[in-house]
Design a protein around this ligand. Structure first.
Ligand SMILES: NC(=O)c1ccc[n+]([C@@H]2O[C@H](COP(=O)([O-])OP(=O)(O)OC[C@H]3O[C@@H](n4cnc5c(N)ncnc54)[C@H](O)[C@@H]3O)[C@@H](O)[C@H]2O)c1
Length: 237
């Protein structure tokens, strides 16, 4: 339980599974009101983050029900065309990976910021990745999108710093979720993650949720535009 989330209204995209579900559960446990949004699974709101009318409707639903939006976690993401050389990536695969992982974050931020600006208060947390800093030799589209998420995070953090809105990113390494299992199933990565991760293990989604809860709370009140590595030391070696 993180103090300071009691009564806050939060939306978590991709909240039906994995890291998003763990974040939603941590927020609920900490006393927040949480709406999960997802394309699939048991979410409170059905929303494809790559579709602007659906994103607009998601934020309208939150505002219509609770009158405000205090915390938004833009977590929905897909792996995209994993295991391909750049020259083998189809245009449609690129569009899909960038559409969900980068345009989706832009669209959500656009409508979240419009709602939060009027309140002059709010926190946005974007899920980037260690691949937002590093090359992804197995997945250039994913790395490009996650680098882009950090650019959006930093630029918007500066634009909205004077409006009481803080915007930060979490950059996980390798997390035990469906996406993490898909990456781990690649035979060429059979000894992964040990050579990459000094801690020698994947993260539990709850460990990412703890960081999100801290970022969402006033305990991190002087932090904006930051990209927090949550990678067991991967990025520093
Ligand atoms: N698992 C990892 O190792 C890892 C590492 C670094 C970053 N991340 C990032 O963390 C976030 C969550 O990853 P995860 O491991 O929990 O993935 P996951 O595949 O376990 O869950 C992702 C969720 O997002 C939803 N989703 C997918 N496309 C969507 C769309 N267009 N609109 C709305 N919802 C959509 C899925 O239905 C699913 O519920 C992603 O942005 C991912 O890129 C994951």
């Amino acid at each position: 339980m993180i103090a300071g989330l009691e009564g806050r209204v939060a939306v978590v995209t991709g909240g039906a599974a994995g890291i998003g579900r763990a974040i939603a559960d941590k927020f609920l446990e900490s006393g927040a009101t949480v709406l999960t949004a997802d394309v699939a699974g048991a979410a409170d709101i059905l929303c494809d983050v790559a579709n602007e009318p659906q994103v607009e409707a998601m934020i309208s639903t939150v505002i219509g029900r609770y009158g405000r939006l205090d915390i938004a976690v833009n977590n929905a993401g897909i792996l995209g065309p994993f295991g391909k050389l750049l020259e083998q990536v189809e245009e449609a695969e690129w569009d899909k990976a960038i559409g969900v992982n980068l345009k989706g974050v832009f669209l959500c931020m656009k409508h979240e910021l419009a709602a939060m600006s009027g309140q002059r208060r709010g926190v946005i947390i974007n899920l980037s990745s260690v691949m937002g800093f590093l090359a992804a030799p197995k997945n250039p589209a994913y790395s490009a999108a996650k680098h882009g998420v950090l650019g959006l995070t930093k630029s918007a953090a500066v634009q909205y710093a004077g409006k009481g809105i803080r915007i930060n990113a979490i950059c996980p390494g390798f997390v035990e979720t469906d996406m993490g299992t898909t990456i781990g199933a690649d035979n060429s990565l059979s000894d992964f993650p040990k050579p990459f991760i000094p801690m020698g293990r994947k993260a539990n989604p709850v460990e990412i949720a703890e960081i999100a809860a801290w970022l969402a709370s006033d305990s991190s009140s002087y932090l904006t535009g930051e990209a927090i590595g949550a990678d067991g030391g991967w990025r520093i070696i």
